[in-house]
Design a protein. Structure first.
Length: 724
């Protein structure tokens, strides 16, 4: 076990200093047991064993002592299975324990994901990796830090089976490996990477190194998922070049690469556009036509400058359609796992305690598997500050904060309880949460602005981080003021009434810090009469707007302005315009049964009866029905279950449009396959797809916006007329 401990101390110096030694001793002892007993672990090389079984860290999750618990539930289920089937069975177990739920940016520990029954994709994948490593199956998380074709990112898992890395979606059990909803998305990735910790030598095992950040060394896995090519970027010797894609209408980093002594950086990446930056210098690299770029001072842009940003084209590097039997098995596994998870989660709640304290009901229910810790803290005595402290926490904190830690922070804050207004005290002294850091007793110094806020709160000064830019704010003389004096101006953003601007969807604002562009967090709630005003620190700003086309490319605009102290200025936001032909991009459909075979254009609709977005599109279709029925086109609507067609609005449309065919497929499988393949959000039905005469999807959309049906009709008319 001493060798294991030496590895952990060397590989994870930051964690070694932040967590108690007994936690690492538990990891080391468990891994040593697996090395001696698990057949797939005993045969691993030393480096594979250390990195992908012993190592407790996957990404940036909180560490937890979970391996004995997971092993106890899993070993008898998988001990007699082939290695590939064992990996699949562990994922089935993970689905029984947790499902996807959007949550805040703090990455919860695998134990918290297990106890609360949910996590976002980064947490689910860390949970699956932890479960696999708990039974000696070597595994790692892989990550596309930002997609280029849609505003999102994703993490999934790879397991090393008989010397070959194979992938799977965490808590999303499939009948086979190398299949997930993200197959198509991953084939359009600009970068997919994995992590190791500490020294490594086996490049064939880990992948080409990209560079180290903190404890983590990043490795390039892109070529295993997408078409790639080699790029060369040129800057100064030793300079750090940031690779960025246009995502959420801003330049989002996907990698930081350090130039060699000759000033060059080489990397194998997806074939799409990149924005590069190093200090004030920048460059665009258009992957379809260029193999690299040299960074240079930017051109001035006091007025809007248009630019196009192209995503990689989809290419089925890892196609994995399921046959009918596999689909049936998949549906049964998903349903059974969901039912088991619901039963387990219901068992965490003590109904008697909940009934005795109805005023605490919502807080205790949010705690899920952490019910007893929150209940213990709340009911130690009748102090109202207990409830105030718990109400200041995030939902995720309620699921993993211990009673002892909350007790510490209650006593730490109590001396200042009567010094400030109750809400100021509760949020900015009593609350132990500053940003998305790991909750601690504040005995160890924290870096950066989070550490500044902690030091102020410990001294009894209400402090927090300004949502706009993360600046430290304090309560002083009855007012909210910046801790450091600053000079501000006022900017009023204006738009035309017809345009709908949504921050971090089609526009963004960055502030120049002197060394880099820092994204700001504005809110759309301030729009009034086509104006949005904001008080901003004096300085230099960059505005981006972006119109994303259905195939993933973007028509963007960029401009910069300076704001002097006390200045008031207006900025008129502009979106690029697109033509109907810009929206039409032929792409293959992911499932053969969806492709029209009669040589006519087709409208395919996945509808959720009674849901508001579906109601809107049904009303628009009804209002324009004569035009739709007059088209030489096929129309099909897919519903979740028989009987859905009896919903009033849908029934009325079907009665008036007898040519509209109704089908009842495996809705979840089909809708997810279509949405993911075409870059739509599977959580935002209805989905609409227009197909051309060759059976290719030429336009697709999800959710509802005013005029959706009219746009679908115009595209069908264009196709019916034979215009591509």
């Amino acid at each position: 076990m001493e060798e294991e401990l030496r590895f952990l101390e060397t590989a994870l110096p930051e964690d070694w200093a932040a967590y108690p030694r007994p936690l690492f001793e538990a990891f080391a002892a468990h891994a040593r047991m697996l090395r001696d007993t698990a057949p797939w672990c005993t045969s691993l090389s030393r480096e594979a064993y250390e990195q992908y079984v012993l190592c407790p860290r996957v990404n940036d999750e909180d560490l937890s002592e979970h391996r004995g618990l997971f092993y106890g539930q899993l070993w008898d289920r998988i001990k007699d299975l082939d290695q590939e089937e064992a990996v699949l069975e562990v994922n089935r177990w993970c689905h029984e324990q947790a499902s996807y739920q959007a949550q805040d940016d703090r990455t919860a520990s695998p134990l918290t994901v297990y106890r609360c029954g949910s996590g976002r994709c980064g947490e689910e994948s860390a949970f699956l990796v932890a479960a696999l490593r708990s039974v000696g199956l070597p595994a790692r998380q892989v990550y596309a830090p930002r997609w280029s074709h849609c505003d999102d990112n994703h993490a999934w898992v790879e397991a090393l089976c008989h010397g070959k890395w194979q992938f799977l979606g965490a808590c999303e059990p499939e009948p086979v490996l190398d299949r997930g909803w993200f197959n198509t998305a991953a084939s359009r990735a600009m970068l997919v990477h994995s992590r190791t910790f500490g020294p490594v030598t086996d490049t064939a095992l880990h992948g080409a190194p990209l560079g180290r950040e903190g404890q983590a060394l990043y490795h390039n896995q892109t070529a295993r998922y997408a078409r790639t090519k080699a790029y060369t970027f040129r800057a100064g010797p030793g300079e750090v070049i940031t690779l960025e894609v246009l995502n959420e209408a801003r330049f989002c980093p996907i990698a930081h690469l350090t130039a060699k002594a000759d000033g060059t950086v080489q990397a194998e990446l997806g074939i799409g556009d990149l924005h590069l930056s190093a200090g004030e210098r920048e460059a665009f690299c258009h992957g379809e036509t260029e193999d690299g770029a040299e960074l240079a001072p930017p051109l001035p842009c006091p007025d809007w400058i248009p630019f196009d940003f192209h995503a990689p084209r989809g290419f089925p590097v890892n196609p994995a359609p399921l046959d009918e039997g596999q689909r049936k098995t998949r549906s049964e596994v998903l349903a059974a796992g969901t039912a088991k998870r619901a039963v387990r989660m219901a068992g965490y709640c003590d109904r008697k305690k909940l009934k005795a304290h109805p005023e605490q009901r919502e807080l205790l229910l949010k705690a899920r598997g952490n019910f007893e810790e929150i209940y213990t803290f709340l009911n130690r005595d009748g102090d109202p500050l207990r409830t105030a402290l718990v109400e200041s926490l995030s939902d995720k904190d309620l699921r993993d904060a211990t009673a002892a830690l909350l007790e510490f922070h209650l006593e730490r804050a109590r001396p200042w309880a009567d010094k400030y207004p109750a809400e100021i005290f509760r949020r900015f002294i009593l609350c132990p949460r500053v940003a998305f850091e790991r909750l601690t007793d504040w005995s160890a110094p924290q870096p950066g602005a989070v550490g500044e806020v902690i030091a102020l709160r410990k001294a009894g000064v209400p402090a927090w981080l300004r949502p706009l830019d993360g600046a430290v704010m304090v309560w002083r003389n009855g007012k909210v003021v910046p801790q450091a004096p600053e000079k501000c101006g006022k900017v009023t953003f204006r738009k035309v009434a017809e345009d709908r601007f949504l921050y971090r969807q089609n526009w963004s604002l960055d502030f120049w810090t002197g060394t880099e562009w820092k994204p700001l967090k504005l809110t759309d709630r301030g729009w009034h009469r086509n104006r949005l005003s904001a008080a901003l620190p004096a300085g230099r700003y960059r505005v981006l707007t972006a119109l994303r086309l259905p195939a993933g490319d973007q028509l963007a605009n960029r401009m910069e302005f300076s704001l002097a102290p006390g200045e008031e200025r207006e900025v008129f936001l502009e979106l690029r315009e697109c033509s109907l032909s810009d929206l039409i991009t032929p792409r293959d459909l992911p499932l053969e049964e969806l492709r029209p075979k009669n040589g006519k254009p087709a409208l395919l609709l996945w509808l959720e009866e009674g849901a508001e977005p579906t109601e809107h599109i049904l009303n628009e279709l009804t209002a324009d029905l004569a035009a739709f029925r007059g088209l030489e086109a096929e129309a099909v609507c897919y519903l979740r279950r028989p009987g859905a067609e009896q919903q009033a609005t849908l029934a009325a449309l079907l009665a008036a449009w007898p040519e509209l065919r109704v089908e009842y497929p495996d809705w979840n499988y089909q809708a997810e396959a279509v949405a993911r393949h075409l870059g739509l959000d599977p959580d935002k039905p209805p989905f609409a797809v227009v197909c051309d005469q060759a059976g290719r999807a030429v336009y697709a959309c999800c959710g509802y916006q005013v005029g959706t049906a009219q746009l679908l009709r115009r595209i069908l008319e264009r196709l019916s007329a034979g215009t591509p």
